[in-house]
Write a protein that binds this ligand. Structure first.
Ligand code: C2O
Length: 464
């Protein structure tokens, strides 16, 4: 029998505490009573994702092409553990338990759906017991039931990616070895990892909240519903006829997990690609989010096969402290193989933010804009988001591997530049890049993270 992962908002539409949601809450409560040394405990499961501790910790794969396959396996084993924990709760109907699958939070539907499902907002279970799905360490306005910003939940950019990997990270992240960040060049996050993944982490967690940091993200029970949606969006992308990598390094690299019997299990991408036949689950809804339909249908013209060439960059690092900041730099025309593309008018343009360093994620997501100037219509200038979920890991790696180069984000700005040309807002010799926070940031649980500075080593323009 295949399990079906349901939209948690649809479950809630029928009743405030749907049995599937309540069963999850009760299983979380059981897992929370287990000692952290127990591999099936709530804390251990969250710590797999964390950045401190022994061998079993800090396993998670980010800013690289293992992001989607690793998290799919992580969720799958977690789901087995949750279902098994339900056996310890008499109140859970065995039929509910036997059919139970991890619900997903489909904020991609926008509107109310982009606010937290109600079961995560209330402090008590129906019988008055403490609700383990409620976490104080979130952005206040999110815990008040407000929606995430539309930029944070956007799927358009991701669905414009027609390849899994690529110079700008593609849909699923740039090809790297297993430990990604200690390599030169550093890994590049895929578009889905950047937005909505990273921006939803920050949107829920904010400065100092659980969801903003590697070491605490998995402690917020909504982390798992967020990742179920990211996993679903991967499956949706595949329904559009796009393909996963066929490279053996991606398919066969193994990652270790524990099952509900505490037995060691190994998972690799090749064993998780078809959720129904490999892992026994499907999603209730695999349609493209309405806002991304056009993106998915866009021209699938292949990219030029010569490498992109750097044609301009800042000389100074850029410090981000929670306010709008701009830099300007000069751009030259290509001297390499991209010159022919330029002559033919078929060149692709990329904006790259390199060598991003910081001690912890400030929880702020920045919109990135080209030649914004004083235009009060930001929309045509907008190229995407940067959030710094996972920045702690780049620091950890850097301390043992002096060659580490921090995080890197690359945006395909070809369409934005074409639109700006049409509005007479593009100067091929000079570029202005603006980073502006998506929303006002209020400190959440601790003041520590507020204003945690992020340094962007350089901003550059590439032509291909
Ligand atoms: Cu490994 Cu959203 O996190």
């Amino acid at each position: 029998m295949a399990f079906m992962r349901a939209d948690i908002w649809t479950l809630e539409g029928n009743q405030e505490w749907h049995p599937v949601t309540e069963a999850y809450a009760r299983a979380v409560a059981v897992m929370k009573t287990r000692p952290a040394s127990d591999v099936t405990s709530w804390r251990f499961q969250a710590a797999i994702h964390a950045s401190s501790g022994g061998d079993w910790r800090q396993q998670c794969q980010h800013n690289c092409w293992f992001f989607l396959s690793w998290h799919r396996a992580y969720l799958f084993w977690f789901e087995q553990i949750v279902r098994a924990a339900m056996k310890e709760v008499d109140e859970i109907d065995p039929e509910v338990r036997e059919a139970w699958a991890l619900p997903y939070w489909n904020y991609s539907r926008g509107g109310t759906y982009a606010s937290l499902p109600r079961a995560f907002l209330t402090e008590q279970l129906p019988d008055g017991a403490e609700n383990p799905l409620y976490v104080r360490e979130r952005r206040q306005r999110i815990n008040n039931g407000d929606a995430l910003t539309k930029e944070a939940i956007a799927t358009t950019e991701a669905f414009k990616a027609h390849t899994f990997t690529g110079f700008d990270g593609g849909f699923g992240g740039a090809a790297t070895g297993k430990n990604h960040l200690d390599q030169d060049p550093a890994g590049v996050a895929g578009r889905l990892e950047r937005t909505p993944h990273g921006s939803v982490h920050n949107g829920v967690g904010g400065p100092g909240g659980f969801m903003s940091l590697f070491e605490t993200a998995g402690l917020d029970p909504v982390f798992w519903m967020h990742h179920a949606n990211i996993d679903r969006l991967w499956a949706v992308w595949i329904t559009q006829g796009f393909a996963n990598p066929t490279d053996d390094r991606w398919l066969t690299t193994e990652f270790e997990f524990h099952d509900e019997q505490k037995q060691l299990q190994r998972s690799r991408a090749a064993g998780v690609l078809d959720t129904a036949s490999n892992l026994g689950y499907t999603y209730e809804d695999l349609t493209v989010p309405p806002a991304a339909e056009e993106a998915a249908a866009m021209s699938r013209a292949p990219r030029p096969d010569h490498p992109p060439e750097l044609v301009g960059a800042t000389d100074e690092p850029l410090d981000l402290t929670g306010r709008r900041t701009s830099v300007t730099f000069g751009v030259e025309s290509s001297r390499g193989p991209a010159a022919a593309s330029e002559r033919a008018g078929s060149e692709r343009l990329y904006l790259s933010l390199d060598g991003i360093e910081g001690d912890r994620n400030p929880g702020t997501t920045y919109g990135v804009y080209l030649n914004l100037g004083d235009d009060d219509e930001p929309e045509p200038h907008y190229v995407g988001n940067v959030s710094f979920f996972g920045i702690e890991k780049s620091r950890d790696v850097r301390s043992d591997h002096p060659a580490g180069h921090g995080l890197r984000y690359v945006f395909d700005i070809t369409d934005t530049v074409a639109a700006l040309r049409g509005r007479d807002r593009w100067n091929p010799g000079r570029v202005e890049v603006t980073l502006a926070p998506l929303e006002e940031d209020e400190p959440v649980a601790t003041a520590e993270a507020v204003g945690a500075p992020i340094r962007v080593g350089s901003v550059g323009l590439y032509v291909q």
